[in-house]
Design a protein around this ligand. Structure first.
Ligand code: NAD
Ligand code: DAU
Length: 351
Protein backbone atom coordinates (compact mmCIF):
# COMPACT_ATOMS: atom_id res chain seq x y z
CA UNK A 1 0.00 0.00 0.00
CA UNK A 2 1.32 3.48 -0.87
CA UNK A 3 1.55 5.80 2.13
CA UNK A 4 3.11 9.17 2.87
CA UNK A 5 4.53 9.12 6.37
CA UNK A 6 5.85 12.06 8.37
CA UNK A 7 8.69 11.06 10.70
CA UNK A 8 9.66 13.86 13.10
CA UNK A 9 13.16 13.95 14.60
CA UNK A 10 14.47 11.58 11.94
CA UNK A 11 17.97 13.10 11.99
CA UNK A 12 18.44 12.19 15.67
CA UNK A 13 19.65 8.98 17.23
CA UNK A 14 16.56 6.73 17.22
CA UNK A 15 14.86 8.64 14.41
CA UNK A 16 17.72 7.99 11.99
CA UNK A 17 17.58 4.24 12.69
CA UNK A 18 13.83 4.28 12.14
CA UNK A 19 14.07 6.28 8.90
CA UNK A 20 16.76 3.90 7.58
CA UNK A 21 14.61 0.87 8.43
CA UNK A 22 11.45 2.29 6.80
CA UNK A 23 13.11 3.74 3.69
CA UNK A 24 14.85 0.42 2.95
CA UNK A 25 12.08 -1.95 3.98
CA UNK A 26 9.10 -0.10 2.48
CA UNK A 27 10.00 1.33 -0.95
CA UNK A 28 6.24 1.87 -1.50
CA UNK A 29 6.12 4.40 1.38
CA UNK A 30 7.16 8.03 1.00
CA UNK A 31 9.12 8.96 4.10
CA UNK A 32 9.24 12.67 4.91
CA UNK A 33 11.77 13.40 7.64
CA UNK A 34 11.06 16.69 9.46
CA UNK A 35 13.85 17.82 11.74
CA UNK A 36 14.99 21.15 13.15
CA UNK A 37 18.62 19.94 13.20
CA UNK A 38 19.31 21.01 16.76
CA UNK A 39 22.70 20.04 18.21
CA UNK A 40 21.32 16.46 18.38
CA UNK A 41 20.13 16.28 14.76
CA UNK A 42 22.69 15.33 12.17
CA UNK A 43 22.10 14.64 8.48
CA UNK A 44 25.35 12.66 8.43
CA UNK A 45 23.33 9.97 10.26
CA UNK A 46 21.39 9.36 7.04
CA UNK A 47 23.96 9.59 4.23
CA UNK A 48 23.20 6.03 3.16
CA UNK A 49 19.52 6.77 2.44
CA UNK A 50 19.48 10.47 1.50
CA UNK A 51 19.41 9.78 -2.25
CA UNK A 52 16.64 7.17 -2.15
CA UNK A 53 13.57 8.09 -4.15
CA UNK A 54 11.15 7.45 -1.31
CA UNK A 55 13.00 9.78 1.12
CA UNK A 56 12.65 13.56 1.55
CA UNK A 57 14.16 15.80 4.20
CA UNK A 58 12.37 18.93 5.46
CA UNK A 59 14.13 21.26 7.87
CA UNK A 60 11.63 22.81 10.26
CA UNK A 61 10.50 23.34 13.83
CA UNK A 62 7.51 21.52 15.34
CA UNK A 63 6.98 24.50 17.66
CA UNK A 64 5.96 26.58 14.61
CA UNK A 65 2.24 25.77 14.26
CA UNK A 66 1.78 27.60 10.96
CA UNK A 67 4.69 25.74 9.38
CA UNK A 68 3.31 22.40 10.57
CA UNK A 69 -0.10 23.13 9.02
CA UNK A 70 1.56 24.04 5.71
CA UNK A 71 3.62 20.86 5.77
CA UNK A 72 0.52 18.73 6.37
CA UNK A 73 -1.22 20.47 3.46
CA UNK A 74 1.79 20.06 1.18
CA UNK A 75 2.16 16.31 1.69
CA UNK A 76 -1.30 15.13 2.77
CA UNK A 77 0.23 12.65 5.24
CA UNK A 78 -1.36 9.29 5.91
CA UNK A 79 0.51 8.84 9.16
CA UNK A 80 2.87 10.49 11.61
CA UNK A 81 5.62 8.82 13.64
CA UNK A 82 6.61 11.47 16.16
CA UNK A 83 10.09 11.26 17.68
CA UNK A 84 11.25 14.90 17.64
CA UNK A 85 12.03 15.98 21.16
CA UNK A 86 14.55 17.49 23.47
CA UNK A 87 15.78 14.22 24.96
CA UNK A 88 18.57 14.73 27.49
CA UNK A 89 17.64 14.81 31.20
CA UNK A 90 20.69 16.88 32.26
CA UNK A 91 19.85 19.58 29.71
CA UNK A 92 16.24 19.62 30.96
CA UNK A 93 17.55 20.51 34.41
CA UNK A 94 19.50 23.46 32.93
CA UNK A 95 17.02 24.61 30.26
CA UNK A 96 13.51 23.33 31.13
CA UNK A 97 11.68 25.70 28.79
CA UNK A 98 13.26 24.18 25.67
CA UNK A 99 11.64 20.91 26.74
CA UNK A 100 8.28 22.50 27.46
CA UNK A 101 8.15 24.15 24.03
CA UNK A 102 9.41 21.29 21.87
CA UNK A 103 8.00 18.32 23.76
CA UNK A 104 4.62 19.74 24.79
CA UNK A 105 3.79 22.61 22.41
CA UNK A 106 5.46 20.84 19.46
CA UNK A 107 3.41 17.69 20.07
CA UNK A 108 0.22 19.75 20.42
CA UNK A 109 0.92 21.44 17.07
CA UNK A 110 1.28 18.08 15.34
CA UNK A 111 -1.88 16.77 17.00
CA UNK A 112 -3.86 19.87 15.98
CA UNK A 113 -2.75 19.60 12.37
CA UNK A 114 -3.57 15.88 12.26
CA UNK A 115 -6.96 16.40 13.92
CA UNK A 116 -7.98 19.32 11.68
CA UNK A 117 -6.70 17.99 8.37
CA UNK A 118 -7.70 14.36 8.85
CA UNK A 119 -11.05 14.84 10.61
CA UNK A 120 -13.22 14.36 7.51
CA UNK A 121 -12.01 10.77 7.46
CA UNK A 122 -9.78 9.22 10.09
CA UNK A 123 -9.91 5.80 8.35
CA UNK A 124 -6.42 4.48 7.58
CA UNK A 125 -4.71 7.32 9.45
CA UNK A 126 -2.33 6.82 12.37
CA UNK A 127 -0.56 9.17 14.79
CA UNK A 128 2.26 7.25 16.49
CA UNK A 129 3.80 8.96 19.52
CA UNK A 130 7.22 7.71 20.63
CA UNK A 131 7.71 8.10 24.36
CA UNK A 132 9.84 6.98 27.25
CA UNK A 133 9.67 4.80 30.35
CA UNK A 134 10.72 7.85 32.42
CA UNK A 135 7.09 9.02 32.51
CA UNK A 136 6.42 6.25 35.06
CA UNK A 137 8.90 7.77 37.52
CA UNK A 138 11.42 5.78 39.50
CA UNK A 139 11.25 2.20 40.81
CA UNK A 140 12.65 0.84 44.09
CA UNK A 141 14.72 -2.32 44.06
CA UNK A 142 11.82 -4.48 42.85
CA UNK A 143 8.97 -4.37 40.35
CA UNK A 144 8.48 -3.26 36.76
CA UNK A 145 6.76 -0.56 34.75
CA UNK A 146 3.59 -1.88 33.09
CA UNK A 147 1.37 -0.06 30.57
CA UNK A 148 -1.05 0.43 33.48
CA UNK A 149 1.51 1.95 35.87
CA UNK A 150 0.47 5.45 36.99
CA UNK A 151 2.50 8.34 35.65
CA UNK A 152 4.91 9.96 38.15
CA UNK A 153 7.50 11.88 36.11
CA UNK A 154 10.27 13.45 38.16
CA UNK A 155 12.45 15.56 35.83
CA UNK A 156 11.50 18.43 33.51
CA UNK A 157 12.27 16.06 30.61
CA UNK A 158 10.02 13.24 31.81
CA UNK A 159 7.30 15.69 32.88
CA UNK A 160 7.29 17.21 29.39
CA UNK A 161 7.11 13.75 27.78
CA UNK A 162 4.32 12.74 30.19
CA UNK A 163 2.38 15.89 29.23
CA UNK A 164 2.73 15.05 25.57
CA UNK A 165 1.59 11.44 26.17
CA UNK A 166 -1.50 12.76 27.98
CA UNK A 167 -2.28 15.13 25.11
CA UNK A 168 -2.00 12.32 22.56
CA UNK A 169 -4.40 10.10 24.52
CA UNK A 170 -6.76 13.03 25.14
CA UNK A 171 -6.98 13.68 21.36
CA UNK A 172 -7.84 10.02 20.88
CA UNK A 173 -10.54 10.13 23.56
CA UNK A 174 -11.99 13.53 22.64
CA UNK A 175 -11.70 13.72 18.86
CA UNK A 176 -11.28 10.06 17.93
CA UNK A 177 -7.79 10.71 16.48
CA UNK A 178 -6.30 7.26 15.78
CA UNK A 179 -3.21 7.21 17.98
CA UNK A 180 -0.79 4.67 19.32
CA UNK A 181 1.86 5.29 22.00
CA UNK A 182 4.98 3.38 23.00
CA UNK A 183 7.15 3.87 26.07
CA UNK A 184 10.68 2.57 25.72
CA UNK A 185 13.63 2.07 28.07
CA UNK A 186 17.21 3.38 27.55
CA UNK A 187 18.51 2.89 24.01
CA UNK A 188 22.13 2.36 23.01
CA UNK A 189 23.85 1.91 19.67
CA UNK A 190 25.45 3.83 16.81
CA UNK A 191 24.80 7.54 16.04
CA UNK A 192 23.91 8.56 19.62
CA UNK A 193 25.02 12.06 20.60
CA UNK A 194 27.92 11.80 23.10
CA UNK A 195 26.09 13.57 25.91
CA UNK A 196 24.37 10.29 26.87
CA UNK A 197 26.18 7.83 29.13
CA UNK A 198 27.48 5.20 26.70
CA UNK A 199 28.82 7.35 23.81
CA UNK A 200 30.09 10.00 26.25
CA UNK A 201 32.10 7.38 28.14
CA UNK A 202 33.36 5.72 24.93
CA UNK A 203 34.60 9.12 23.76
CA UNK A 204 36.21 9.90 27.14
CA UNK A 205 37.90 6.50 27.45
CA UNK A 206 39.28 6.88 23.94
CA UNK A 207 40.69 10.31 24.84
CA UNK A 208 41.87 9.26 28.34
CA UNK A 209 39.51 11.74 29.99
CA UNK A 210 37.82 11.18 33.40
CA UNK A 211 34.56 9.21 33.43
CA UNK A 212 32.09 11.32 35.45
CA UNK A 213 29.95 8.80 37.38
CA UNK A 214 27.00 10.50 39.07
CA UNK A 215 26.65 9.73 42.79
CA UNK A 216 27.74 6.19 43.64
CA UNK A 217 26.94 4.78 40.20
CA UNK A 218 24.25 2.52 41.65
CA UNK A 219 21.31 3.80 39.58
CA UNK A 220 19.84 1.13 37.34
CA UNK A 221 18.79 1.43 33.70
CA UNK A 222 17.23 -1.18 31.37
CA UNK A 223 19.19 -1.07 28.09
CA UNK A 224 17.84 -1.87 24.62
CA UNK A 225 19.70 -1.91 21.31
CA UNK A 226 18.40 0.99 19.20
CA UNK A 227 17.71 -1.23 16.16
CA UNK A 228 15.47 -3.39 18.33
CA UNK A 229 13.56 -0.23 19.28
CA UNK A 230 13.18 0.67 15.60
CA UNK A 231 11.88 -2.86 14.89
CA UNK A 232 9.40 -2.53 17.73
CA UNK A 233 8.13 0.79 16.31
CA UNK A 234 7.73 -0.92 12.92
CA UNK A 235 5.65 -3.74 14.45
CA UNK A 236 3.51 -1.40 16.57
CA UNK A 237 3.00 1.07 13.71
CA UNK A 238 1.68 -1.70 11.46
CA UNK A 239 -0.06 -4.04 13.92
CA UNK A 240 -0.70 -2.14 17.16
CA UNK A 241 -4.30 -1.34 18.04
CA UNK A 242 -5.69 2.22 17.95
CA UNK A 243 -5.66 3.95 21.33
CA UNK A 244 -3.25 1.40 22.82
CA UNK A 245 0.05 1.78 24.62
CA UNK A 246 2.96 -0.65 24.32
CA UNK A 247 5.98 -0.81 26.62
CA UNK A 248 9.29 -1.59 24.90
CA UNK A 249 12.30 -2.86 26.84
CA UNK A 250 15.06 -5.41 26.89
CA UNK A 251 14.75 -7.01 30.37
CA UNK A 252 18.35 -5.95 30.65
CA UNK A 253 19.06 -4.09 33.88
CA UNK A 254 22.51 -2.82 34.77
CA UNK A 255 23.76 -0.55 37.52
CA UNK A 256 25.67 2.31 35.91
CA UNK A 257 28.86 1.13 37.58
CA UNK A 258 28.65 -2.46 36.32
CA UNK A 259 27.87 -1.21 32.81
CA UNK A 260 30.80 1.24 32.92
CA UNK A 261 33.17 -1.53 34.10
CA UNK A 262 32.05 -3.76 31.21
CA UNK A 263 32.53 -0.85 28.80
CA UNK A 264 36.04 -0.22 30.18
CA UNK A 265 36.90 -3.91 29.72
CA UNK A 266 35.73 -3.87 26.09
CA UNK A 267 37.63 -0.63 25.44
CA UNK A 268 40.83 -2.00 27.04
CA UNK A 269 40.73 -4.89 24.57
CA UNK A 270 39.91 -2.74 21.55
CA UNK A 271 42.53 -0.12 22.36
CA UNK A 272 45.16 -2.75 23.31
CA UNK A 273 45.42 -1.36 26.83
CA UNK A 274 46.30 -3.53 29.81
CA UNK A 275 43.28 -4.89 31.70
CA UNK A 276 41.97 -2.37 34.27
CA UNK A 277 43.60 0.66 32.65
CA UNK A 278 40.41 2.39 31.45
CA UNK A 279 38.66 1.75 34.80
CA UNK A 280 41.22 4.03 36.45
CA UNK A 281 39.48 6.92 34.64
CA UNK A 282 36.33 6.49 36.78
CA UNK A 283 35.68 9.68 38.75
CA UNK A 284 32.71 10.03 41.12
CA UNK A 285 31.02 13.42 40.73
CA UNK A 286 28.04 15.25 42.23
CA UNK A 287 24.82 13.37 41.54
CA UNK A 288 22.23 14.50 39.00
CA UNK A 289 19.49 16.53 40.74
CA UNK A 290 16.45 14.33 41.39
CA UNK A 291 18.23 11.32 39.87
CA UNK A 292 15.74 8.46 39.26
CA UNK A 293 17.00 5.29 40.94
CA UNK A 294 15.76 2.51 38.70
CA UNK A 295 13.85 1.91 35.46
CA UNK A 296 12.69 -1.56 34.38
CA UNK A 297 10.17 -2.23 31.66
CA UNK A 298 7.76 -5.13 31.40
CA UNK A 299 7.24 -5.63 27.65
CA UNK A 300 5.09 -8.78 27.89
CA UNK A 301 2.16 -7.12 26.08
CA UNK A 302 4.28 -6.27 23.04
CA UNK A 303 5.93 -9.68 23.03
CA UNK A 304 2.69 -11.68 23.45
CA UNK A 305 0.31 -9.58 21.32
CA UNK A 306 2.62 -8.48 18.51
CA UNK A 307 5.40 -11.08 18.62
CA UNK A 308 8.33 -8.66 19.07
CA UNK A 309 11.40 -9.57 21.09
CA UNK A 310 14.89 -8.09 21.47
CA UNK A 311 17.40 -9.62 19.09
CA UNK A 312 20.74 -8.90 20.73
CA UNK A 313 22.42 -9.80 24.00
CA UNK A 314 23.77 -6.69 25.71
CA UNK A 315 27.43 -7.77 25.75
CA UNK A 316 27.32 -8.34 21.99
CA UNK A 317 25.43 -5.10 21.35
CA UNK A 318 27.82 -3.07 23.48
CA UNK A 319 30.82 -4.55 21.69
CA UNK A 320 29.27 -3.69 18.30
CA UNK A 321 28.48 -0.20 19.56
CA UNK A 322 32.04 0.45 20.74
CA UNK A 323 33.34 -0.81 17.41
CA UNK A 324 31.04 1.58 15.51
CA UNK A 325 32.31 4.65 17.39
CA UNK A 326 35.92 3.56 16.93
CA UNK A 327 35.32 3.00 13.21
CA UNK A 328 33.59 6.38 12.89
CA UNK A 329 36.00 8.73 14.62
CA UNK A 330 35.18 11.42 12.01
CA UNK A 331 31.51 11.32 13.03
CA UNK A 332 32.50 11.60 16.70
CA UNK A 333 34.94 14.44 16.05
CA UNK A 334 32.40 16.27 13.93
CA UNK A 335 29.68 16.22 16.59
CA UNK A 336 32.07 17.10 19.42
CA UNK A 337 33.52 20.14 17.67
CA UNK A 338 31.95 23.60 18.06
CA UNK A 339 29.41 24.07 20.88
CA UNK A 340 30.10 20.68 22.46
CA UNK A 341 33.10 21.82 24.48
CA UNK A 342 31.08 24.68 26.04
CA UNK A 343 28.33 22.20 26.97
CA UNK A 344 30.88 19.79 28.41
CA UNK A 345 32.56 22.46 30.54
CA UNK A 346 29.22 23.74 31.84
CA UNK A 347 28.09 20.25 32.86
CA UNK A 348 31.30 18.70 34.14
CA UNK A 349 34.12 21.13 34.94
CA UNK A 350 34.31 21.53 38.73
CA UNK A 351 31.33 19.22 39.27
P1 NAD B 1 17.79 12.83 19.94
O1 NAD B 1 17.98 13.98 20.89
O2 NAD B 1 18.96 12.05 19.50
O3 NAD B 1 17.05 13.35 18.63
C1 NAD B 1 15.99 14.26 18.66
C2 NAD B 1 15.80 14.81 17.27
O4 NAD B 1 14.70 15.74 17.32
C3 NAD B 1 17.00 15.58 16.74
O5 NAD B 1 17.28 15.20 15.42
C4 NAD B 1 16.57 17.04 16.82
O6 NAD B 1 17.17 17.86 15.84
C5 NAD B 1 15.07 16.92 16.62
N1 NAD B 1 14.35 18.05 17.20
C6 NAD B 1 14.50 18.58 18.44
N2 NAD B 1 13.69 19.63 18.60
C7 NAD B 1 12.98 19.76 17.45
C8 NAD B 1 11.97 20.66 17.01
N3 NAD B 1 11.54 21.66 17.80
N4 NAD B 1 11.45 20.50 15.78
C9 NAD B 1 11.90 19.51 14.97
N5 NAD B 1 12.86 18.65 15.33
C10 NAD B 1 13.41 18.76 16.55
O7 NAD B 1 16.70 11.92 20.65
P2 NAD B 1 16.53 10.33 20.63
O8 NAD B 1 17.32 9.76 21.72
O9 NAD B 1 16.69 9.85 19.25
O10 NAD B 1 14.99 10.23 21.04
C11 NAD B 1 13.96 10.26 20.06
C12 NAD B 1 12.63 10.10 20.76
O11 NAD B 1 12.60 8.87 21.48
C13 NAD B 1 12.33 11.20 21.78
O12 NAD B 1 10.97 11.52 21.70
C14 NAD B 1 12.66 10.55 23.11
O13 NAD B 1 11.89 11.12 24.14
C15 NAD B 1 12.28 9.11 22.85
N6 NAD B 1 13.02 8.10 23.63
C16 NAD B 1 14.39 8.10 23.69
C17 NAD B 1 15.05 7.08 24.38
C18 NAD B 1 16.55 7.02 24.46
O14 NAD B 1 17.09 6.19 25.18
N7 NAD B 1 17.29 7.84 23.73
C19 NAD B 1 14.30 6.08 25.02
C20 NAD B 1 12.91 6.13 24.94
C21 NAD B 1 12.27 7.12 24.24
O1 DAU C 1 14.81 5.61 29.93
C1 DAU C 1 14.71 6.22 28.69
C2 DAU C 1 15.50 7.50 28.69
O2 DAU C 1 16.87 7.14 28.70
C3 DAU C 1 15.20 8.40 27.50
O3 DAU C 1 13.86 8.82 27.57
C4 DAU C 1 16.12 9.62 27.49
O4 DAU C 1 15.88 10.38 26.31
C5 DAU C 1 17.55 9.13 27.50
O5 DAU C 1 18.42 10.23 27.58
C6 DAU C 1 17.80 8.19 28.68
O6 DAU C 1 17.76 8.91 29.93
P1 DAU C 1 18.84 8.65 31.10
O7 DAU C 1 18.89 9.84 31.95
O8 DAU C 1 18.61 7.34 31.75
O9 DAU C 1 20.19 8.51 30.18
P2 DAU C 1 21.67 9.08 30.35
O10 DAU C 1 22.49 8.44 29.30
O11 DAU C 1 21.69 10.56 30.47
O12 DAU C 1 22.11 8.49 31.78
C7 DAU C 1 22.11 7.10 32.02
C8 DAU C 1 22.54 6.90 33.47
O13 DAU C 1 23.93 7.28 33.60
C9 DAU C 1 21.78 7.77 34.47
O14 DAU C 1 21.58 7.05 35.68
C10 DAU C 1 22.71 8.95 34.72
C11 DAU C 1 24.10 8.33 34.56
N1 DAU C 1 25.15 9.25 34.05
C12 DAU C 1 24.89 9.92 32.88
C13 DAU C 1 25.82 10.79 32.36
C14 DAU C 1 25.53 11.55 31.08
C15 DAU C 1 26.37 9.39 34.71
O15 DAU C 1 26.61 8.74 35.75
N2 DAU C 1 27.29 10.25 34.18
C16 DAU C 1 27.07 10.97 33.04
O16 DAU C 1 27.96 11.77 32.64
Amino acid sequence: MKRTILVTGGAGFIGSHLVRLFVNKYPEYNIINLDKLTYAGNLANLVDVEKKENYTFEKGDIVDAEYIYKLFKKYNFDAVIHLAAESHVDRSIEFPNDFIYTNIVGTANLLNAAKDLWKSNFAGKRFYHVSTDEVYGSLGEEGFFFETTSYAPKSPYSASKASSDHLVRAYNNTYGLPVVVSNCSNNYGSHQFPEKLIPLFINNIKSNRPLPVYGKGLNIRDWLWVEDHARAIDVIFHNGADGETYNIGGHNEWTNLSLIKLLCKIMDKKLHRSEGESEKLISYVTDRAGHDLRYAIDSTKLQKELGWKPSLQFEEGLEKTVQWYLDNIDWLENVTSGEYQKYYDKMYVGR
